[in-house]
Design a protein around this ligand. Structure first.
Ligand SMILES: [Zn+2]
Length: 684
């Protein structure tokens, strides 16, 4: 690779392609470093001009100017982001390591630029007198909040302390994660043939592999990691084996050895509280939730408590059924935590006997995608036509042109199959986001999945879960494609964390509507899905939801409490108090206990944010209920509001208000409770 001259570097050239799409055929790994160097320099110069402007700050010469800046940087970053995730190589990873550092430094300089912040702060103070339209006002408020949350208001001394805290937290977070891993790796249980009785083949094979890896003189072995433990708890008939594995699992990070995380948690929680105080918030949870739809820790905890009540009632009813089953199977000891999954699995099979894989022959990838397009057509008037002339970054990438009422609104790229160089999971991203600050900018939206690629000539068949993934990502994709805002800062999916999963999760509901399911036929026989299979599918949905709700919600409450009040006593005492206060059933453990709660302590991504999974579920369940109430999953009036206030609105307005405008009221928890089978639970 050579350091190509800017003129020869396609990342820096004008894209003379249809819709100015990235010319993937011309882009090489060696183009990225010089392109980033040029793009960063250009953005730095643009920001210096804005910050150094001699004129008094105006919305146009400051906020709109920031919005107009950095175009080259975002173009290069977006292409780079998807290639490093979905088509990477050793060479590209080496570039990524350097570029990540450059970008972090660049954005840190941007947010801590005092002259730039002073202009934004002055505008913000005068915001009511500027005559701004609601969208522009919202963008100004968002920028001000972004800067304040990044530390722009701190004095020099505070900034130094803030920086020390950030660094110390990074170290503690890394240590926390490594300790959990060490406890998982240093503990190993050798098992005999008799001790693995009941385990399915895949789990047996994995246990045999572990024994070989550890060079043990035993045919099988398991460790206290989740993937190793779950099959044992579900299937091992030997109760003593289940008990010892369970005990090691829940004690990860709390064994009083060098891997013990208790002291680390005390320090992390204390430092986060200090960080929040510096930024002017009363607690870390208040800081995190100030930029969320929930808004306050109280609102988030309120939801958790409401779901908790239903979950616990259902779990208690299930407990009786499980204890009864255990007695009939000859267990004289009372039901314990290491019995729950085992008997729940037996109960599920006895009640429902649904195997998700039985649906596979009916769920061909192409048909599921077409069904997703069909739903988008019915709801939003969209049509999709494939554009084979537009280049993807890999031969598997397909591109569709998307029209709404005859107008092209964007392009939709899909990259469905797993392959080397692609990270696992499924995600939505973009090569360009919608905006119309300087004329209509069409979004280029990307969906990526990791389905197994079938042999040539054979259809790709999906499980129900994978079918849901297609609809989920398409929901995110539509959020990007339908975006209709002026400013890039608030386009498409640029919304808060507890709102961003609404468009994706609500879209999953359409997959299981009769009008959609009837479109799926057996790939060989052409027969529709048997009604009896659909019945079992619906019935199996909530088989163990009491347990699932209790283990999730208790962890989410623990998270919220750690980050909203000063911690008295030790980690063990604090955790015990929280669990006592919610009357945690003794036969169910936290999904994540404190000392191995990686979401909270190995980074800050989900600290005071574990609730947001459930928050989004409230929105999608209640949001879809609006269609059910009309008796029509494609009710035009409801679809119109869904388009106007959710899918096209980006971050135009406060998210609670957006939801109210769609639904006519605040979200209610009822539909989630019903979908989880938590209403009338005692009837189980
Ligand atoms: Zn998602």
């Amino acid at each position: 690779m050579t350091n190509a001259l800017p003129e020869a570097n396609p990342l820096l050239a004008i894209w003379a392609t249809p819709f100015e799409t990235p010319p993937f055929g011309d882009i090489e790994t060696g183009h990225f470093k010089p392109a980033f160097a040029a793009a960063l320099a250009m953005h730095r110069a643009e920001i210096a001009t804005i910050a150094g402007n001699a004129e008094a700050p105006s919305f146009d010469n400051t906020i709109a100017a920031i919005e107009r800046s950095g175009k080259l940087l975002s173009r290069v970053s977006m292409v780079f982001g998807q290639l490093t995730s979905a088509a990477t190589s050793d060479e590209l990873q080496a570039v990524e390591r350097d570029v990540t550092v450059d970008l972090a430094r660049h954005w840190n300089e941007f947010y801590l630029n005092p002259a730039l912040f002073e202009r934004i702060d002055r505008l913000f103070a005068a915001r009511d007198t500027l005559g701004l339209d609601p969208e522009a006002l919202r963008v100004l408020e968002r920028y001000h909040l972004d800067f304040v949350r990044a530390g722009a208001k701190l004095t020099a001394d505070e900034r130094a302390r803030f920086g020390d805290i950030v660094e110390r937290l990074a170290t503690l977070g890394t240590q926390f994660g490594q300790n959990v891993l060490a406890d998982e790796q240093e503990t190993v249980f050798a098992l005999t043939e008799a001790e693995v009785a009941g385990l399915p083949d895949f789990a047996r094979a994995a246990a045999a592999e572990t024994a070989r890896d550890r060079k043990l003189n035993a045919p099988y072995a398991v460790t206290p990691s989740r993937s190793s433990v779950e099959p044992v708890l579900h299937f091992a008939t030997d109760r003593a084996v289940r008990e010892k594995v369970w005990r090691a699992f829940v004690k990860r990070g709390a064994n009083g050895n060098k891997n013990d995380n208790s002291k680390l948690i005390e320090e992390i929680v204390r430092l986060r509280a200090e960080q929040a105080k510096l930024l002017g918030y009363e607690s870390y949870a208040a800081y995190k939730l100030a930029d969320s739809m929930a808004g306050t820790p109280k609102a988030a905890r309120g939801l958790l408590e409401e779901v908790w009540a239903g979950g616990r009632t259902r779990a208690e009813a299930d407990r009786e059924a499980l204890a009864e089953l255990a007695r009939t199977e000859g267990q004289s000891a009372p039901l314990e935590a290491w019995d729950w999954r085992y008997f729940a699995e037996k109960l599920r099979l006895a009640r429902h006997d649904f195997d998700e894989n039985a649906l596979k022959p009916y769920l061909q990838l192409d048909k599921v995608v077409e069904a997703g397009f069909y739903v988008a057509g019915r709801l939003f008037g969209l049509s999709f036509s494939q554009r084979e002339d537009i280049a993807g970054y890999h031969p598997d990438v397909k591109v569709w042109e998307v029209k709404r009422e005859g107008q092209i609104i964007g392009l939709f790229y899909c990259d469905f199959f797993a392959r080397p160089g692609k990270r696992s999971g499924a995600w939505m991203t973009a090569f360009r986001e919608q905006a119309k600050l300087d004329g209509e900018q069409l979004p280029l939206i990307v969906n990526t999945c990791n389905f197994n690629k079938p042999p040539a000539g054979q259809p790709a068949l999906l499980s129900l879960d994978e079918g849901r993934t297609v609809f989920h990502e398409m929901g995110h994709g539509l959020h990007g494609l339908l975006s209709d805002v002026t400013y890039p800062r608030i386009a498409g999916t640029s919304v808060v964390r507890d709102f961003v999963e609404l468009p994706s999760q609500i879209y999953e509901h359409w997959l299981e509507q009769p009008q959609v399911l009837e479109r799926f036929t057996h790939y060989e026989t052409g027969a529709p899905i048997p009604a009896e299979m659909l019945e079992r599918m619906h019935a199996a949905r909530t088989a163990n939801s009491g347990f699932e709700t209790v283990e999730f919600v208790s962890s989410a409450i623990l998270d919220m409490d750690y980050h909203s009040q000063p911690m008295a006593g030790s980690v063990a005492e604090f955790e015990a108090e929280v669990l006592a206060s919610i009357e945690m059933p003794r036969e169910i453990a936290l999904r994540h206990a404190s000392t191995h709660f990686l979401h909270l302590f190995s980074g800050d991504g989900y600290a005071a944010g574990y609730y947001s999974y459930l928050w989004s579920e409230v929105l999608d369940a209640d949001g879809f209920r609006a269609f059910e109430e009309k008796g029509d999953p494609f009710d035009p009036e409801t679809a119109k509001r869904l388009y106007e206030f959710i899918y096209s609105a980006g971050g135009k307005r406060d998210f609670a208000e957006a939801y109210r405008l769609y639904r006519g009221r605040d979200p209610e928890v009822g539909p989630l409770l019903e979908n989880r089978g938590l209403v009338g639970a005692a009837a189980a």
